[in-house]
Write a protein of this length. Structure first.
Length: 301
């Protein structure tokens, strides 16, 4: 009996320690998750408050009386759907152009072993070291001389020619892992180079294509800097610039009226509307995104 009791006591102690460790870890994870979500919770909560409640109870986490007045004002006083249409046009062309043109360039680097290919790819990679801010003035002057200012062309045309150095790098890294025997078998069967690219390279490259599409979508959807530089016409503003101008107009009206508190409920409502597609995209594509990052990172350079 004494032996049996001694045998069970260590098991009970081990289980107790295991539960304690897992309980502590889960508690920390929950606290960390809530802290990460807190800015979004505050944003949504503020958008559901009236202006008076926001002034009276500025630190209240949850609204005492839920109202959608701020959302109504965003749609009523601003051409929100015009901004949405412009953003969708730019985003769709940017995503499609970046995905397919970067795949095309990467396929060329992998398939065709020509002299100087490594040097050329090295020059491509070195371009990643140049800060984008350095190119702002020359790119603006170039687009201005081409008559592209106040058009969508600065956002649509560049992705069609390479799709970005980093995207080419990701595509090339993954395609290098595809067995050359697959391509050679297709050649023996009489497939053309374009057919091999469309029917073999692209389908096998699907995780990376989705990853690049997500990155490009996020960059285009949230881009404020580009529209501020190239789009002065209010009819061409995107959601990012439109939301920014709502904020600027609110500051102007506040200064003219001598007020002290911005209508953060209206600004929060506009930002919530802009964030909804990003949240939906995250829940829909997180599996493909993680798979693409894992597979891309595992390829040899």
């Amino acid at each position: 009996m004494q032996y049996v009791e001694r045998q069970h006591k260590p098991d009970e102690n081990y289980r107790l320690k295991k539960r304690l460790v897992f309980g502590t870890l889960y508690t920390l994870i929950i606290i960390l998750g809530i802290s990460m979500l807190m800015p979004m919770i505050v944003l949504i909560s503020t958008s559901l408050k009236s202006y008076d409640e926001m002034i009276i109870h500025p630190t209240a986490l949850l609204p005492r009386q839920v109202t959608f007045q701020a959302f109504v004002i965003v749609f009523r006083d601003n051409p929100f759907f015009l901004y949405l249409r412009n953003t969708l046009i730019i985003t769709v062309f940017a995503v499609a152009g970046s995905v397919f043109s970067s795949a095309f360039v990467a396929y060329g680097f992998v398939r065709f072993k020509v002299k100087g290919a490594k040097l050329l790819f090295g020059l491509f990679i070195s371009g990643m070291l140049i800060p984008g801010q350095i190119l702002i003035i020359p790119m603006f002057e170039l687009y201005n001389k081409m008559g592209w200012i106040n058009t969508f062309l600065p956002f649509i045309i560049p992705p069609l020619f390479g799709g970005g150095i980093f995207n080419i790098f990701l595509q090339r890294q993954f395609m290098r892992g595809i067995s050359r025997e697959v391509f050679e078998s297709a050649e023996i069967d009489g497939a053309s180079e374009l057919s091999i690219f469309l029917r073999i390279a692209l389908p096998m490259n699907k995780p990376v294509l989705i990853t690049i599409a997500i990155f490009t979508f996020l960059n285009s959807w949230n881009d404020l800097f580009g529209p501020l530089i190239y789009l002065d016409d209010p009819q061409l503003w995107t959601l990012a610039k439109g939301t920014y101008m709502i904020y600027q107009n609110a500051i102007g009206e506040l200064g003219a009226s001598g007020g002290t508190i911005l209508p953060w409920n209206i600004l929060s409502a506009a930002n919530v509307l802009v964030s909804v597609p990003i949240i939906i995209l995250y829940f829909y594509a997180q599996k493909h995104f993680m798979e693409g990052v894992k597979l891309t990172g595992s390829k040899e350079s």
